[in-house]
Design a binder for this molecule. Structure first.
Ligand code: PMP
Length: 312
């Protein structure tokens, strides 16, 4: 789908996967005017294909587009295009025990803007790929001691492409040392946890579950929001508030959430050379939440919250 600034997106079309045309002076290439989303399509046992809360992705893209001075497709256009993409690639949606289809909606300034300013033309596209299920039992995190992911008033709360290149350095260093993810601290004080490079973080102590608030420096994860709701209905005391790194290191359990990781235990956090190990074995809060969320996503449990959207 394409549109010019000040206009609405026109109806798009399906085209085979391949290179696309882009002005060398495009808003995305020169000024980072780009946003993306990530969501999955799941195939139920009966063959039906379901999307998990796609309107939430549409809303997040809309909020990001406003921040970056971009027009965005309507919620209906976004969800309709996602459904159309899945239907056209239906044979590539694996059976649920094998994985899902990952969808990547992308919105960018595709027209030329030599001087700094919003691009005159925009492109919204979606590509898709089958992905296996995420099998990691737990993740080992290392705290990034020098670099930060986002600062207050910046763009940490939106899914702009420009948020991801600054984490590559820390992520590559962490992986080279054998860690699975990096944990970023807040830029203002360095005392509180923000999030990892592609997932939100939760800390568990007794019956209470805490996660940092979405005040602009972390991405408002759709999995995060859903887990907060599920945990509340299970009777946990859930708090969205600043979580000090010292508090996380003292937690009984920790886990992370995201479209890719779903809900995965954190096995350890290493901070200033000190490694803390957490409970990851049977009977964790993480496992209970994982069971319910994946049950809803794969159609094993009743979708009482109306989260799932049927495609076929
Ligand atoms: N934080 C960041 C930085 C991410 O890239 C993601 C993945 N989209 C998340 C959190 C989790 O968000 P969601 O649950 O919507 O996938």
């Amino acid at each position: 789908m394409k549109c010019s600034i000040g206009e609405k997106f026109s109806q798009g079309s399906l085209i085979p996967y391949g290179n696309i045309e882009l002005s060398p002076c495009s808003g995305i290439l020169n000024y980072g005017q780009g946003l993306f989303e990530g969501l999955k399509a799941y195939r139920k046992e009966d063959g039906r294909i379901l999307l998990f809360r796609p309107e939430q992705n549409a809303l997040r893209m809309k909020a990001g587009a406003e921040r970056l001075c971009m027009p965005s497709p309507s919620i209906e256009q976004f969800v309709g295009a996602v459904k159309q993409t899945v239907l056209a690639n239906e044979r590539w949606v694996p059976p649920f025990e094998k994985g899902s289809m990952y969808l990547r909606p992308l919105l960018m300034g595709s027209g030329p803007s030599l001087g700094l300013g919003p691009a005159p033309e925009y492109t919204f596209l979606i590509y898709a790929s089958p992905v296996g299920s995420y099998h990691k039992r737990s993740l080992n995190l290392v705290v990034e001691e020098k670099q930060h992911r986002a600062s207050s008033g910046g763009t940490g709360g939106i899914k702009t492409v420009a948020n991801y290149s600054p984490v590559l350095n820390a992520l590559s260093r962490a992986k080279a040392q054998g860690f699975s993810e990096v944990l970023f601290l807040d830029a203002a004080t360095g005392k509180y946890i923000d999030e990892a490079s592609a997932c939100n973080i939760f800390s568990v102590k007794g019956n209470s579950i805490s996660t940092p608030p979405t005040h602009g420096t972390i991405l408002p994860g759709i999995t995060r929001k859903s887990i907060i709701e599920i945990a509340g209905t299970l009777g946990y005391q859930v708090e969205e508030r600043p979580v000090a790194i010292d508090e996380l290191l003292d937690a009984d359990e920790a886990f992370c959430t995201g479209t890719a990781v779903v809900v995965t235990s954190i096995g350890s956090v290493t901070h200033q050379g000190r490694r803390i190990d957490y409970k990851t074995q049977a009977d964790t809060v993480c496992q209970k939440l994982h069971e319910i969320l994946t049950g809803i996503q794969m159609g094993r449990l009743a979708d009482t919250k109306g989260w799932m959207v049927e495609v076929n």
